[in-house]
Design a protein around this ligand. Sequence first.
Ligand code: FAD
Length: 373
Amino acid sequence: MHNFDVVIIGGGTAGLMLARELGKLKRKTLVLDRKDNLLAFSFNTLGSFINIKDFNLTKDVISKEIDTLIFKSKNVKRAIKTDNLYVLDKKKVHEELINAMNTDDVTLKTNIHIKDILKDASGNFTGVIDKDNNEYYAKIIVDASGTNAIISKKIGLRAKKVPLATGVEYNVAYLGNPNTMYLLSGKEYQGGYGWIFPLKNKRAIIGFGSYNNEVIKDLKRRLNDVLEFPFIKKLVKKDNENVEGGSIPITPVLEKFVVNNLVCVGDSVSQVNPIVGEGYKFIFEAALMASKAIDKSLEKEDINCLVAYETEWKNRFSANYKRSKSAQEKLYKYTNNNFVMDTALLLMRLRSDERIVRSLSGEYGLENKHVSS
Ligand SMILES: Cc1cc2nc3c(=O)[nH]c(=O)nc-3n(C[C@H](O)[C@H](O)[C@H](O)COP(=O)(O)OP(=O)(O)OC[C@H]3O[C@@H](n4cnc5c(N)ncnc54)[C@H](O)[C@@H]3O)c2cc1C
């Protein structure tokens, strides 16, 4: 009855990384995505504290290596030196994952919009069904459908509505230091926050994002206002009208992301760091951990092996996520108050660069555990 070992819903970052790993392990894998082009995105640039070698990616996926991260409020700057921060090119990441895929064992299908999961009489998941009522069977089902969270919502792992942070971005001419990234906060950002990610060839991405539903309604106009700030005008020059953007879940990571033979990875279970919105590192790690657990489960014919993925991911990242969530809630509360934001950045000067980077990169508290080299 099972045509595949694994069916993955979603050929986004998490789904492709997991499929590449399962292909290496020669597991028959089917990836289904509702899009017709897996390399078309609503935005293309990501900041990430990541060691790309840990995930078998090449330097080609890097748009820019960053050596300085500047936090800026109205009156205070805190510059942090770091040597493992990158601006990544999302399209290049996905291209590399697809090109490295073992096509003997992994099949990618586009234009397939999954609507539900199938169960047998004893409650085990047997496959998924698409909007045209085609059924796809596998021994293990993976939800990697991003914020849509099609299966994790259906089976009640994730609430139907979750708080989202939404961002919009312009690709602009950049006059600043090519290796400096900015994170911007304060009343001027009207309940939101801003960022500047440098790219190659004197270009940069400038973005504006918010957790606030009222602000989200009007983000593009607010980003245009940000471009008029004197400090910003010295750094970037808008020369086109193309707007990119999207939404990320800012709930704390879900309590469960494995149920029987269903495994969830990526934004479908909110594996996004709530404070900086970084998803890549945690999603890549999730895909690697999930592939090992899936391989073992198939080898031993025992779905109980799958939960090792959830346990490993939580041991590594959950405590940090809780800390980040509380920091994000404070940011939401105080970002409208320049005095508080200025004071927060002044207090940040008392902390070492290394400690701040460890915290931002999701490694805080992991000094004595395994940490990416
Ligand atoms: C504006 C913005 C800025 C961001 N900036 C950063 C950053 O700087 N650094 C960082 O690390 N992260 C960043 N993130 C977060 C990061 O992009 C996400 O965490 C990551 O892309 C999630 O990967 P995923 O595979 O879980 O989901 P996605 O990449 O969204 O993939 C989900 C896939 O599932 C498919 N799909 C959905 N529903 C169905 C269905 N019913 N049937 C079939 N297919 C389906 C979709 O078409 C999609 O291809 C940002 C996100 C946004 C929106």
